[in-house]
Write a protein that binds this ligand. Structure first.
Ligand SMILES: O=C(O)CCC(=O)C(=O)O
Length: 286
């Protein structure tokens, strides 16, 4: 691993901003050297995972038109593992959540192709059977992002509304528009321009969306989702990382597929096994 020293101690104002608004940007969180190394590693892994897919954007499903999604890259690429399990970032996640320890819930590349459609507004944590466990996503662009090429927008304070209806982000004709949910009291999404090296963090219940990519380059983003280590399974829905570890209803998280990243170990965690999981929709309740 190169670059950033850790622990990175976050300014109290950053943590307070995150608590109030449910999202916050941290500038210069990765060095240029780290970014080059990690972007190259993720590009390589996405290329391997998608090599057999020759479809044009227009031939893809609505969901796939929002982005190429490749998940759990840490399990198949040692080079990406250094990013997904980066102790500095995991320490920042723990500080934002106000917990002593976090695990990796998932990592993923979200590459929005030129012409790629918007990402429908949604909350993340309603997809997963972990109740209201402290959970935060790090949204890490490898290139400068603006509303022109797939920026994210977050509804300030929406995390305080708790669990709203689950949005079916796989269909364009989703009848429920979470942005009009009365519990949001008319709060409007705030668009975020992000420079490479900066990260935007959002709470598991923050309502967010991304714009379409109207540029002629792919918007390359990597996300890492951290969850409080003591979180429990509270619903029986099928859920890949929990089912793989045979975590039953009511049990707390454990297992090599959900490694503790903070406090960090001397070495990067070993993946459970090489799964070579294909791109696909996020796992959602049934
Ligand atoms: O990058 C996108 O288009 C969507 C990202 C997202 O929904 C997330 O990181 O939770």
């Amino acid at each position: 691993m190169t670059g950033t020293n850790f622990p990175i101690v976050l300014d109290e104002r950053i943590i307070e901003d995150f608590r109030q608004k449910g999202f916050v940007k941290t500038d210069s969180s990765l060095t240029s050297a780290e970014l080059i190394e990690y972007a190259g590693a993720v590009d390589t892994e996405v290329a391997i995972r998608t090599a057999a897919d020759q479809r044009d954007l227009s031939e893809k499903s609505t969901y796939e038109q929002s982005f190429i999604q490749c998940m759990r890259l840490w399990e198949t690429s040692e080079a990406v593992r250094a990013l997904s399990c980066h102790p500095g970032l995991a320490g920042m996640a723990a500080q934002l959540l106000g917990v002593n320890s976090v695990r990796l819930w998932q990592d993923q590349a979200l590459y929005k192709e030129p012409g790629g459609r918007e990402t429908t507004a949604h909350q993340d944590e309603t997809f997963w059977p972990v109740g209201k466990a402290p959970l935060v996503s790090a949204w890490i662009p490898f290139d400068a992002v603006t509303p022109e090429n797939g920026a994210m927008a977050y509804v300030p304070g929406s995390h305080r509304a708790g669990s709203l209806r689950t949005v079916d982000i796989t269909h364009q004709s989703e009848p429920y528009d979470i942005l009009r949910d009365p519990k949001l009291r008319g709060a409007q999404p705030q668009w975020m321009n992000v420079d490479p090296g900066s990260i935007v963090w959002h709470d598991g219940f923050t309502v967010h969306q991304a714009s379409a990519n109207r540029s002629d380059s792919t918007r390359r983003v990597f996300t890492i989702v951290y969850i409080a280590s003591e979180a429990r399974r509270v619903k029986p829905w099928p859920c890949f990382p929990l089912d793989r570890e045979a975590i039953e209803l009511g049990e707390s998280l454990r297992g090599t597929g959900l490694p503790v990243l903070w406090p960090p170990s001397q070495t990067l965690p070993a993946p459970p096994r090489i799964i070579g999981e294909k791109s696909g929709p996020q796992q959602r309740p049934q």
